[in-house]
Every structure is written in structure tokens, then in C-alpha cells.
Design a protein around this ligand. Sequence first.
Ligand code: DPP
Ligand code: ZN
Length: 876
Amino acid sequence: GQIIHLEDYRPTDFVLERVDLTFELDPKETKVEARLIFHRREGVDAAAPLVLDGDELTMTGLLLDQEEVPTALYDVADDTLTIRGLPETAPFEITVTTLLSPETNTKLMGLYRTNNVYCTQCEAEGFRRITYFPDRPDVLAVYTVNIIAEKATAPLLLSNGNYLGGADMGDGRHFAAWFDPHPKPSYLFALVAGDLGVVEDKFTTASGREVALKIYVEHGKEPRAAYAMDALKRSMKWDEEVFGREYDLDIFMIVAVSDFNMGAMENKGLNVFNDKYVLADPETATDTDYANIEAIIAHEYFHNWTGNRITCRDWFQLCLKEGLTVYRDHEFSADMRSRAVKRIAEVRHLKSEQFPEDAGPLAHPVRPTKYREINNFYTTTVYEKGSEVTRMIATVLGRDLFKKGMDLYFDRHDGQAVTIEDFIACFEDASGRDLGQFSLWYHQAGTPLITASGSYDAAKQSYTLSLEQTVPATPGQSAKKPMHIPLRVGLLLEDGSEAKPATVSGADVMADVVHLTERRQTVVFSGVPSRPVPSFNRGFSAPINLHIEQSAEDRALIARHEIDLFARWQALNAMALDNLAKAAVQARSGQPIACDEALIGGLLAAAGDERLEPAFRAQVLSLPSEADIAREIGRDNDPDAIQSGRQAILSAIAASGKDIFTRLLGEMTLSGPFRPDAASAGRRALRNAALSYLVYGDDRPEKAVSAFRSANNMTDLSQALTLLAHRFPDAEETLDALATFKKRFADNALVIDKWFAIQATIPGASTLERVKALMSDPHFNPSNPNRVRSLVGTFAFSNPTGFNRADGEGYRFLARQILEIDPRNPQLAARILTSMRSWRSLEQVRANHAQEALKEIAGAANLSADVSDIVDRMLS
Ligand code: DPP
Ligand code: ZN
């Protein structure tokens, strides 16, 4: 594929006015007739041809105003249809007929079949696999869709917008017509046809519009959609209350399908979901599954305004809808659950997924300026860092001005396809502030590093902070400008109270937000009565790395007294990370591993502190992952040493905390029926964290076995199975539990995915053989993305010692998998390949093996644009 540049953007030559689509559905040969009304944009050359996008289409007819177009006036190439001789000013109608084979569409882009259901995925460029079309987000039109299908196998015919009507055709087929009054880009088109069960409800909007809510799932799975429906209604209400946004059609539908490349898709009025993010009941879903369902249902619903009503001018602006919508779903979950705990989970995710991306060969700005394959830009940088940048706008402007800016954005751009610059202008206009320097967050890749040091002058009662910011070089960006970093800082005094400085100089400071705008800044706080302990980046106000020399005692003070709970967790986490990084070095050189008493004390104090909510205490007890430690060390990583160092620390904590953990195991036990709410989930999380230490502190599997036997919900059951499998992989008890679990859930593919993932993450070199064996399990289906992600993806992304085997076999295995998946489903292959994005930070022997495996992929014939884009960037 060639490289597309932002600077080359220009509007289309022709304006699309209306779209009328007729589908005659058939698994092998679906006929699509597209009637498109265009007119030439003013000022465009009268000879300019109409160029439409296409991908793997067979065209069987082409009409201009119902007359056949002479072959001399059009060209069909691989990916375009070019039509010449079109009217100079008058509107005209192009009718294109194409044939497709949904059944053999394994890319899961365009129109395909999943479990006998027809379904579509058009974002980003899938609509061109349905018909020839100006397939870009700045082409907005009103769609009418007619669907014809066999009545017996497809009683349900759905598309975007409102239902117009339908009829029996008398020949075993029937049809339905849908009309979507809201102009939309083609990536929001959707069609679903098949035989599905439904859960129905309704919602009355603030202004009194009654909306029918329908969630379609496989027959028999209806009860498992109840939680999703509840989350949907809460999302609709929340968006009215918090962002003033109402729903705008008579019906809102969600369809759950089992073959899907992504999590879900926000098609107008007809969201299509990976069933993993719809289906839940206590027996089969974990608390994490419930939280994900709530968040993703909300996310896709919120897109109705941020994405659909106001969409992207071009794909470079993807963060315009994604970063903003992730921010909105984060805020929603924070309001539904515990704000502090939610924030901790978000930051853990950001650091474990986005920070490595930003620090490696795939780093790119939140708003990129070039791409080869847009599918590869649905990244944690665009989504999660994009959300953090939105959050910073709210921090910089304050709540009221942020809201004013959002309102202006909705007012000014409703119905338009816009850019990040348009978005920022709304906040500048609403606030009167200049966000020029702030905008660098969209344009400069790399995680800024702030190096801080403080000194206290007792005579002057002043505290001086010296701060330096550097933004590391990233691909294509060697020199960076200083950024505007809103850093929330608290100064804690010895007794844990917060200093209230009389004056602050050297930076703009509003409340506790220090606005850093220069490379080096010295901030002086006066009227500080004793040496304070600085607590940086409260609430993770900026997505940065921070270097500061801080003693364990100072961190412990923050952990005990900060009013910001996030900062308490952050202090303990930083303490743990220091210790774990040291432990890895000690393990590698064969030294004894030392566990810091202050760390143990801090963790156990928080774990046993009943004033703190259980979910928070569980977060504290969950040590940084092996990948977190590798990132902290940064280079020359030996995953085995990291793992054994971490195990030693874990055992030390387990030994010291035995009494507390035993007590928590009893105290946190819930009685009564399962409830998925945040408070109950928090108790389960704390109980399982305690159980985990108890199991790691014991050489026998009894505790895990008994937890497995007594579990009455999937959270506890899968946790117990994980403990057994990871701690005692070869024990008889583990083999029994794995077999029992598999047998019990044999007919539930989503639960079998957990069974795959638990085994794929068993630490150690021998797991590769296990993964290979599991690929021959009858439950494994290489064409289903969820199965492949659970087994192959989880192994590569989440098993540092297994995947990074010193002999390089893990990388060679992945290379073969990528080459096998790629011809079938390039998007899936490219995504799983990004698991190797940090290969350069491995020690030399592993790095060499990794590079060889990447070169093997790069050298293969017929690579997709998706995979070759990723592999080329990773090797360059
Ligand atoms: N636009 C989808 C989402 O993030 C992904 N394709 O919601
Ligand atoms: Zn989204």
C-alpha cells in the first residue's frame, strides 16, 4: 500500500446527495444495487471523472441515469471505478450492481456471515467491499436500505435508522426497508440479517421521545443480555445528564455476533458487538467482563454524538471521535463505580499498553500525519492517550469551561465532518484561552519525562521544585518542543496534612495544578512551615513518566495520608516497582533478593485498612506486572530474571501478610446471590488478591483447590483455576480442575476462551508446547478472532517468560502463526503481531531471535498491507 498524507487532504469533486441500496442476500452470491445521486462540486473541472473506491468486488452493471454507461466511459481497476463524461452541473444518478460472497469473506470487513447471520463491518474502509463508493468519512449522505432475503433463515432484516416497512415476496423471500434520516459516512452503515433472539426494553428521553431498545443475540442467550440492556439505559440517561445529549431515532439496536475483529462498532442506530462484550451472567462472566460490557455499551452509545452526529473529516482525525468517546466512557464508569479505583485501572492499562507503544517502533502522534494502513491506527495511542489529552483539556480549563467548550462543539459542528483543530477551537473560543502549545499533545509522539527535584529552605520557609521536561525522540520526530503539562502536585507535611503555600512563583498554578510550559522550570512555594513531601501527578493529571528520588519513607507518607486516593496507590506502586526492578537485577546476577520492609509495611497497612474500600485495597495488593517491570528497567531485559525476582518479592509479602490475608479471606466472603455491582466486585477482588498470596505462600494446592470447588461465580472460579494452573501447572489437582472446567463449559465458547487464556499464560518455557497442543483442541477455531486472540494473542501479549523463550522458539511460533492468519484475516494478524513491539528492549540473545522472526515475516510473499506496515515499522 502507498502512504497517505494528511497534507494531501482535499474535498471530493462530487457531492453525494442520497444513497439507495438494495441487497438480495445469499450466502454465496449476494447482489447489491447501489443508486447514488451526486452533483459536481462548484468550481470542479467539468472533465473531472468520478472516482469510486472498491475492494474485491465483481461489478455486473453500471448505469448513469438508468442508461447503461458505455465501456469507453469507465474503467474498473483493482480498487477503483472511474467514470467519465458526467453532467457538468446537474445532479445525476449512478447505479452500480455488484456481487459478493459473504460466506467466503474471512477478513470480516464488508458483508460477511457469522453463525449463519449476515452482518457488516465497515469502519474504516469496509463499505468499499460492498459497493463502489466514495468511501471516506467526509462524504455524508442519507441512506435508504432495502433488504431481501430468505424468510426461513433470515426472519430478521435490520439496517440503520427507522424501520419503514416490509412484506412477504411470495417466493419464500421477504423484504424490509429502512431509512436513516441522519446524514452519515459509509463507515457507519450496517446491515444484519438472520435468525436471532431479542431482548426488548424502552427508554424515554428527557424531551419525551420514546425509544425502542433491542438487543439481538443467539436464541437461548437472551437472559445473558440483561446486564447489557441495563448498562445501555444507564448510558442513555447519563449522556443526557452529564453532556446534555439525547438519542435521536425511534429505535436503538445492538446485535451480538461471535466473529468480530474489534470490540464493537457504533453504526448509526444499529451497533454490532463482539458477543464477548454483550453476554454475561454470574456463572459465565467475571467482574471484569461485567465492567467491560458496561464500558463498551456506553462507549458505542456515546459515539452517537461524538463520532456519528459529528464525525471525522478524514481518518487522521480518528482520535476526534475515539479519544473523546473513551474519555466519556471513562467518566461514565467513574460515575457508576468508584472514581479512584476506576482511575487506577485506567492508568494501569494506559501504562501497560500505551506507554510501550509510545516508547517503541510503532510510536505515533495521537493525531498522526501519515499512514499506510488505517486499520493499524486503532491504537491505544489514539484511544487511550487521546482520552488523556481530552481529560487534560478539562483539567486545564476547569469543569465549567470544559463543558462550555463541549456545548459549543455540539452546537457548531452537528452534522459535520471535522478536525482536531475544529475541536480545539471550540475550547479556545469558549474559554478565551490559547491552546496552541497544548495542542502539541496531539502532534508530538512519545511519553514526556519529567525529572523533578525539591529542596527546602527552613530559614525562608520555602520549597523549591526544579522540573525538567524532555520528550523522547520517536519515529519521524527527532526534536520535540516543550509541552504544556498540567501537573497536579500536593505538598504533604510530616503529620500528613497538606501545606497551603502563601505564594507560588515560577509557573502558573491554579488550585493544585502546576502548568509546566518550559523545558526547565523552577517553582517556588513560600510559606511552607516544614520540609514537605511532594506528591506528583495526582489523579494522573498528565500522561507522563516521572523521575524523582523519593525515599520509601516519603512514599509511605503519601500512601498513608494523601487525600487523593489515586496518588496513594501511585506511591505504593512506585515503591513496588523500584523494589521489583532491583529484584530482577539481583535475580539475574544470582544475588539474594531483598524485599523492602517499607514496601511490605505499606502494602499490608493498606490491605488491612478498613476505612479504604476493598477494590482499592485489591489494586494495592496487585503487584506491577512483569511487563511493567520490564518497562521500568527499559533495556537489556531478561524476562526470566524479572519473573523470578517478582516471585521472590511476592513470596516475601505472602509470608509477612499471612495473618492479614487469612483474615481477609474470611471477611471478604460474600453471602447471598451474586451481584455484579462495584462494591461486591471489590470484595471479590480483595478476597482473591488475598487468596493469591496465600496460594503463593504455600507449596500445596489445597487452598486453590478448595476455592475452585466452592466458587459459585465465574470471577472466583476462573481466579482459582488461574492460581492452580500458574502455581501448580503439572499437579494432578490442576489437571482435574482444567478438565472439570472444560467439561462444564464445553458449549460456551466465551468461557472456553478463558480456559485457553489461563493455560496460555502459565509462566515458563514449556507453555509453548502446551499452546501448540491446544491449537489442536476441537474448541479451537482458527477463523474465529476471539479464539485466536485468547490462545495465540494472550500467549504473545501476556506470557513474558513463555513467549520470550531464550531459544527464540516463541517468536518463530508467532511468525508462523502470523503468516497463517494473514491471508485469512490481515487485521487480526497485524494486531497480534504488535505483541512484539518492545523487542528492542530485550537482552541481546532474545532481541536477535526476535529480529530474525520479524525478518522472516517481512520476507514472506503476498503479505497484507496490514502486516507489512507493522513489520516494516517494527524493523526500521
Ligand atoms: N469505532 C469502534 C469503536 O472504537 C472501533 N471500530 O468503538
Ligand atoms: Zn470508539
